[in-house]
Design a protein around this ligand. Structure first.
Ligand code: FE2
Length: 376
């Protein structure tokens, strides 16, 4: 285990000029929204919430909105050629386009961000239907990812104006996924600090952690990461960049196949990771395999924990401890054709960190996958 330092709060305090209540939704541009919706429902336990498409007067795009507890996923595909969404999918494959942030005042959030140097994606606009009104605005982040500010205090509808409730008899049971814990971005080598400054200066976030290539390296590959958080801690964005190593790192592989910067993984929280992961596995979700030797020294490394080590070993769940408690986590294999985005399932028992003690085992597992793909 590396002993390199974890710096805390060295990018000043959060400036809470932009209060954010939480993640409003994540929108993925995908090549087949209808089938992707079925996958996320069946495999991950999401339910149908809302729909937009030809039947609602949307001639260009079709969007399916899914929900599980506080998580909302929007899956969007084009209905014809030559669209912005189609171009995005042609370049990047399936991936996250929008991280929507729930705010009290989307006009104010936009103006504050623009004043501080953000690049505009969408000026504030008001959309109305019989259920009320929603104000949205948007700015660019790394790559082609955007943040849309959503102000929905005057809205009582299902999702957003323009969508209709998606009535569906097929509603799989939840797998216990509760909310988005953090969302990680991969950026080009040498660009991590630029985006750290962006989140600090433009959005008032603070840096809560930093990992260098000594923390995050195997015999072959390395990366660096800094974690940015908003004032109330509900939004956490770790930002990775590749570091020079003997072979191609997972971040390099991502950047190559995504053809640019983008969202690497979405971490979703559960209150019972053993139950959630057993359920996900039985539904066909694939996870990275961790050598069972990891568990031989687990208690030595993290001390006593509530969970049965044998269950963790069977499922491949990882454990790490920090000053405040411990956490359990596991990572899926990538979930689309290209080896780009994946999910993390996380259960926090006091710990506020990100599993630094697992980085080595995790990255070696990723390298075994890269090896099979011939991209290491
Ligand atoms: Fe993570």
């Amino acid at each position: 285990m590396s002993t390199a330092t974890v710096a805390k709060n060295d990018h000043k305090e959060a400036q809470d000029f932009m209060p954010i209540n939480g993640t409003d939704y994540l929108e993925l541009y995908v090549s087949n929204s209808k089938q992707a919706a079925h996958y996320y429902k069946t495999a991950f336990g999401f339910k149908s919430l809302a729909y937009k498409g030809l039947e609602t007067g949307s001639r260009e795009y079709e969007s399916y909105v899914l929900e599980q507890d506080k998580i909302r996923l929007v899956l969007t595909s084009p209905l014809r050629s030559g669209t912005d969404v189609g171009r995005h999918i042609d370049k990047h494959g399936d991936g996250v386009k929008v991280t929507a942030l729930w705010v009290d005042d989307a006009t104010y959030a936009y103006e504050e961000a623009m004043k501080r140097g953000a690049k505009s994606y969408m000026e504030p606009r008001t959309d109305k239907d019989e259920d009320g009104k929603v104000v949205t605005s948007g700015i660019y982040s790394y790559g082609e990812v955007v943040h849309i500010f959503v102000e929905r205090k005057d809205y009582n509808g299902t999702f957003l104006p323009g969508y209709q409730k998606w009535e569906c008899d097929y509603q799989p049971t939840s797998t216990g996924l509760k909310f988005v814990d953090h969302m990680v971005g991969n950026v080009e080598e040498g660009r991590m600090n630029y985006w750290v400054d962006f989140y600090a200066n433009v959005m008032g976030f603070k840096q809560i952690m930093s990992f260098d290539d000594k923390d995050i390296s195997t015999d072959f590959t390395a990366l660096m990461s800094k974690v940015m958080s908003n004032g109330n801690g509900r939004i956490k964005f770790p930002i990775n960049e590749p570091a020079p190593g003997m072979k191609k790192s997972q971040v390099d592989e991502y950047l190559e196949f995504y053809e640019g910067e983008g969202v690497q993984h979405i971490a979703v929280a559960t209150d019972d990771i053993v139950k959630t992961v057993s359920d996900l596995k039985s539904r066909g979700v694939e996870f990275l395999n961790i050598p069972t030797t990891y568990y031989d020294v687990l208690t030595e490394r993290v001390g006593e924990i509530d969970e049965d080590i044998e269950s963790l070993r069977k499922l491949g769940i990882l454990v790490d401890r920090d000053d405040e408690g411990y956490l359990l986590q596991i990572f899926t294999k990538t979930v689309q054709a290209r080896p780009t985005m994946f999910f993390e399932i996380i259960q926090r028992k006091g710990a506020t960190s990100f599993g630094k003690g697992n980085f080595k085992a995790l990255f070696e597992a990723i390298e075994r996958e890269q090896e099979l793909r011939g991209t290491l």
